[in-house]
Design a protein around this ligand. Structure first.
Ligand SMILES: [Zn+2]
Ligand SMILES: [Zn+2]
Length: 400
């Protein structure tokens, strides 16, 4: 399902819209394409300010008793989720790698404060789990926290593709999933956190209560509950699910070749309909229809995914793991989307160009086909003895 010429197919489009296409897709057309990168401190401040502005806008919209507000509420939800995810999966992520700011003290401070503000896993636990994720002995295995969480939700090797799709729909609609996710976040913040961080989280919680008392449940649900919990969980699930070739049924990767094969780029878009690919009998009208369909999907499917799920540097998450193979430094994460392209032009030692997934459907489908391809060998007796899903999954073996 890897595609190689999708971004290239958009080269026929006017140069003026190429920067927008680079932003939406997450992949530059050319390595030397001019790019606008905010200084990190400014990016952190702007992201936080936009999130707060979005929240205030949602409160204002929620007070309007009109259906006209509904599309704006939905758009605002997507942006707010995107800003929150960017704070966690980009800023906090690089803070715990000690590379968000030049100062280690500032990185530590950000990792202590941010989780208490938006109620995500505390910095110490996140740092431990994420650095383990980078460890080749743990990466993508049952000991990888992300892989284990997905396994707990039923995304395990050996299940059929159709079963996994059904499991995905049932998971996102399940109150149990949202309660388990919220409980994990809140437990980390309120029960297993430092005293200062817990106090900060408590003061934010008081703000939540004040909003309910002053404005009522409806406004709280629209401005907080849906975007900060429900949609946040779905966004995080789709990002985890498509991030790597998870395999809780296999041991650690044996070499760098296996390691890089469990990474890939994820881009938001699809091939632009080219006239050359159609027969001469195709009319201009048919081509125009395909172009309109492509544009509609870019705006209604791929753009929302980029805004709310695959935010910031996530499309090039493979580069985050493999930059050193291309002689680059993953500390240059702010330019990762462009450096990934440079690596491709400069010989592509990590094989980035051979592992590119386009569109959220292909990303999920790719993961499910991979999980389905892993042969599980276990007996019913063994599964009864096993106390949890991870143990059960450990009994499986990868098909050669
Ligand atoms: Zn990392
Ligand atoms: Zn990763």
């Amino acid at each position: 399902m890897f595609e190689s010429d999708t971004r290239e197919s958009m080269r026929v489009l006017p140069r003026i819209i190429q920067p927008a296409l680079t932003w939406i897709t997450g992949k530059p057309l050319d390595a030397n394409e001019p790019c606008l990168i905010l200084p990190t401190v400014l990016d952190v401040i702007v992201t936080f300010a936009f999130a707060v502005g979005n929240f205030v806008f949602l409160v204002w919209l929620a007070k309007k008793e009109t259906v006209v507000a509904l599309p704006f509420i939905i758009i605002s939800w997507l942006f707010l989720v995107g800003f929150l995810r960017k704070m966690q999966v980009t800023h906090l992520h690089h803070a715990i790698h000690n590379r968000l700011f030049a100062s280690p003290r500032l990185n530590r401070l950000y990792a202590r404060v941010l989780p208490s503000l938006i109620f995500v896993q505390n910095g110490i636990e996140y740092r431990k789990e994420h650095l383990e994720h980078h460890n080749a002995d743990i990466f993508t295995t049952a000991h990888d926290a992300d892989a284990a969480f997905l396994a707990k939700l039923g995304f395990i090797p050996g299940r059929e593709r159709s079963e996994l799709w059904m499991n995905l729909w049932m998971t996102v609609a399940s109150p149990v999933f949202h309660i388990v996710f919220a409980r994990a976040r809140l437990g980390s913040i309120f029960l297993r956190n430092g005293p200062v961080e817990t106090l900060l989280a408590l003061s934010v919680a008081l703000g939540h209560i004040a909003l309910i008392v002053i404005s009522g449940w409806k406004i709280y649900a629209i401005a907080i509950l849906v975007p900060i919990f429900l949609l946040y969980h779905i966004s995080a699930l789709l990002q985890f699910l498509t991030e790597h070739a998870w395999n809780v049924g296999d041991g650690p990767v044996k070499n760098w070749n296996e390691y890089k094969n469990r990474c890939w780029g994820r881009f938001c878009g699809e091939t632009f309909p080219s006239r050359h690919r159609q027969s001469h009998s195709d009319s201009a009208f048919a081509h125009a229809t395909l172009v309109c369909l492509w544009a509609a999907k870019m705006i209604l499917v791929h753009l929302p995914v980029r805004v709310a799920c695959l935010v910031a540097d996530l499309p090039a998450h493979d580069w985050h793991h493999l930059a050193h193979m291309a002689g680059q430094n993953s500390r240059d994460w702010t330019r990762s989307l462009y450096l990934r392209q440079t690596a491709i032009v400069d010989g592509d030692k990590p094989n980035f160009s051979r592992r590119e997934l386009w569109g959220i459907y292909s990303m999920i489908e790719h993961q499910f086909i991979w999980l389905q391809s892993i042969k599980c060998t276990y007996s019913l007796l063994d599964t009864k003895k096993s106390s949890n899903v991870e143990e059960f999954a450990l009994d499986s073996g990868e098909q050669k």
